[in-house]
Structure formats: structure tokens, C-alpha cells
Write a protein that binds this ligand. Structure first.
Ligand code: NIG
Ligand code: FE
Length: 413
């Protein structure tokens, strides 16, 4: 039975809400001091203030004394590429020597390099390596993760990646939201025929992935020398017709109009946004697009950080994600994510927590079930070793998470 009572937490950081929060709302975490939370059958059944009587019989419930510790919703990571074959440690050294991410990609490295290794890997090998990454993320308090295909770039391998995610969603405590990202790069066999490759993704891949119900969202790398605005609009419009929720890798390397396109199409989330223009930021705010920022990528590529502060001030719904992948951000370090978001992007600790809980849940269309400690939501919570959420950015790069509870079960202690 997934029944648990977590008693007398120094803070219950509820992040209360059922949709993404924008602008100034991101600062209010709805903290309850010395609170108690009860999970019944995996669902949060009671959130009690100090001194409130326990209204149900909790004999038989697992009990955790949370004195001196802060309780938060499990983190939701809304942008990763955690299923991949091989590694690219060589490219990392080249980048440290001064080569740029795009120049490596243009000479056949980058995404296409990982595509080769992913095509060669067996489904079991992909499953095992991805599972280890999920284990690492769970240790850091991440209880829901989004994962993308996009290292197959052909029918068989894209489907293989998506099946690995479906199986892990069944087998692993982590909840996985799958995204089809066929247009992640153009593989050698389609080089110079980008429009036709988009047609292939529209006419052959989208119907197949939809029919097999292997992904909820669709995504494209909209970037100079990758896919144009027009190709992105065409792919995303078709994806919407097949029932997919839309995501977009936008304005990562150059200012390209990706954020504007995200607003025009009212996509669920636009991600990266290092180079987003003022107009693009306004378009996202006006159209309810979640602006998902990936500070670990900017850090790893030694690029300027996205203008998170400006986006919040412009009333955007801002989320954070690790972007775990073998190239531009080979890390799922939630601790470092918090530190960078606060130290370099000028988010307050409160805004950063909102961005990695309820807002990141909104970025994967899960704000109704996870991302906050509210009655009726899934019992996904983390207990910190410290009495305040403020330790998350402050204990720089260190894991503050002591206990992870998934659907009312302790999965790490
Ligand atoms: O989100 N920018 C495009 N895609 C990934 C990187 C993938 C890779 O380098 O393997 C990203 O950064
Ligand atoms: Fe990405």
C-alpha cells in the first residue's frame, strides 16, 4: 500500500497550483511551517498545518519524522535526451580547445555522431544505459522526466528509442513523458534534402508514432543551418493535426525568430532561448508558452545564459531543465542547475523552485497531477537534509535531497 505520513516538516514547500505560474506569481511558494502531509493510495490526501489534528486513521501508514527538514514536490525535468548510444567525450575536449558546438556538428560530429552509435546499439543496451541515467536523476530528486527521440533519424531507430522510453516508464519509478523529435538533425542520407526529410517526418513518422501512441509531444531543432522557421512551422502544424503537443528548440545559437514562432503557434514550450529577442519574449508571454531554460547547456557550451530575469519580468511562465544529452549538456545535475539559475540568471531561489516544479510540470502538460503538494496530486515528494528550500542553490552543486517519495513509496532514503 502506498500510504505514508510525513510529519512535522520544517517547511512544506507546496508550490501549490494546477497550472504554470507567470511573472511575480513565481515568487510565492506557499510554504507551510511545521506541516504534515499524508499520502493515501499514492495520492496526496491531506496537507496539514502545525497543530491541525490528523483527520484519518493512519495506523498502518509508513511514518517519516521530518523535523528540521524541508519537504518539496519531486522535481520535474521537462527537457532531456536521456536515451542515446555511445558518448562524445572527444568532442568535449575539442570544445575546450576552442571548437564551437556548431562547427563540430557541421563536420559530421554532434547529433549525427550519436545517431550512428544509437543506430548500432541494441534496444537492451539503450534500455540499460538510459535506466542508469534515470537512477542518477531519481537520486537528485527528479521524479518526472521528459525524454526525446531524435538520435535515430530513421524509422527503426526512432521507434526503438521511443519503445525504450515506454518500457522504462513501465519498469522504473520515474514517470516519463515521451517526445518525438525526428527533425533533430539531417542525417547523411538526407543531407541537402532537408525539405524532403521534413516531408518524411510528416508523412511517415508522425502517423506511425501517433498510431503506436509512442509519444505525447513533438519537437524540432529550429536553428540556423539545422531547420528553418518555415520547416519548423510545417512540421509542428502537421504534428498538431496528429494530436501531438508542441515543443521547439528555439533561438539556442543565433537569434532566429524561434520564440516568435512559438508564440504564433501557441506551443506548449519553447526551449533554450539564449538568443530570444524582446519581441519573442513578448510573444511567449502573450500566448502562454512556457519558456524552458537550460542553464547547464549554456554553462557547458560557455555561452551567455538565457535572459531568465527579463522573461520573468516580462510575465513569462519560466521553467528550468537539465537538457541531459551526450553533447551540449552531459549532465542531469539538478544541484548545479539551481546554483546557476540563481547566481548567473538572477532568479531568486523561490523562482528557481517554481521553475523546476509546477512550471516544469506545465511544460510537459502535467501540472494537474504533479509539480506541487496539493490534495489530489500524485504523492511525489522529496525531503531535503536541510530545513529550507533556500539550501538548493546555496549548497552549490551538492545534493541536498535525503529522501525521495514516488506515488507514496520511498524510492530513495
Ligand atoms: O538540446 N540543440 C539540440 N539538441 C540538443 C543537443 C543534442 C546533442 O548535442 O546531442 C540540445 O542541446
Ligand atoms: Fe535539447
Amino acid at each position: 500500500m502506498n500510504n505514508i505520513i510525513i510529519k512535522n516538516a520544517a517547511q512544506v514547500v507546496t508550490c501549490s497550483g494546477f497550472e504554470g505560474k507567470r511573472g511575480a506569481e513565481m515568487s510565492n511558494l506557499h510554504v507551510i511551517e511545521n506541516g504534515t502531509v499524508i499520502v493515501t493510495d499514492g495520492i496526496i490526501s491531506h496537507v496539514l498545518k502545525k497543530g491541525e489534528a490528523i483527520p484519518i486513521d493512519v495506523s498502518g501508514y509508513k511514518e517519516i519524522d521530518a523535523t528540521g527538514k524541508a519537504l518539496l514536490p519531486g522535481f520535474v525535468d521537462p527537457h532531456t535526451h536521456f536515451v542515446f548510444g555511445g558518448h562524445r567525450e572527444e568532442e568535449f575536449s575539442w570544445r575546450m580547445r576552442g571548437d564551437s558546438y556548431m562547427s563540430i556538428m557541421e563536420r559530421g560530429g554532434g547529433i549525427v555522431n550519436t545517431t550512428k552509435a544509437t543506430r548500432e546499439a541494441s534496444e537492451e543496451e539503450l534500455y540499460n544505459s538510459a535506466k542508469r541515467r534515470l537512477d542518477d536523476m531519481l537520486e537528485l530528486g527528479i521524479t518526472t522526466v521528459e525524454g526525446k527521440s531524435g538520435y535515430g533519424l530513421d524509422k527503426d531507430t526512432e521507434m526503438k528509442q521511443l519503445r525504450v522510453m515506454r518500457k522504462l516508464n513501465e519498469d522504473h519509478p520515474m514517470d516519463i513523458v515521451s517526445t518525438f523529435m525526428g527533425p533533430h538533425a539531417t542525417p547523411a542520407e538526407w543531407k541537402g534534402r532537408e525539405d524532403e526529410f521534413i516531408d518524411f517526418n510528416i508523412n511517415e513518422m508522425l502517423p506511425l508514432v501517433a498510431k503506436e501512441k509512442l509519444a505525447e509531444c513533438a519537437d524540432i531543432f529550429c536553428e540556423e543551418n539545422v531547420f528553418t522557421i518555415e520547416q519548423s512551422r510545417r512540421f509542428l502544424t502537421a504534428a498538431r493535426e496528429h494530436g501531438f503537443l508542441l515543443k521547439l528548440h528555439a533561438d539556442e545559437i543565433v537569434q532566429f525568430g524561434g520564440a516568435e514562432l512559438a508564440g504564433e503557434l501557441k506551443v506548449l514550450s519553447a526551449d533554450h532561448l539564449l538568443q530570444a529577442s524582446d519581441e519573442g519574449i513578448k510573444a511567449m508571454a502573450d500566448n502562454g508558452v512556457v519558456a524552458t531554460l537550460l542553464p547547464l547547456t549554456a554553462f557547458s557550451l560557455k555561452e551567455e545564459y538565457a535572459r531568465g530575469r527579463d522573461m520573468i519580468d516580462a510575465n513569462c511562465i519560466v521553467a528550468l531543465a537539465t537538457d541531459l544529452n551526450p553533447g551540449s549538456s552531459h549532465t542531469a545535475s539538478a544541484p548545479l542547475l539551481f546554483a546557476i539559475a540563481c547566481i548567473y540568471m538572477n532568479l531568486s531561489p523561490e523562482e528557481a523552485v517554481t521553475a523546476y516544479t509546477i512550471n516544469s510540470a506545465a511544460a510537459v502538460n502535467r501540472a494537474d497531477t504533479v509539480g506541487s503538494i496539493d490534495v489530489g496530486k500524485q504523492g511525489d515528494m522529496i525531503l531535503l537534509k536541510y530545513p529550507s528550500y533556500k539550501f538548493l542553490p546555496y549548497y552549490v552543486g551538492m545534493n541536498c535531497v535525503e529522501t525521495v517519495i514516488k506515488k507514496g513509496l520511498v524510492v530513495k532514503s
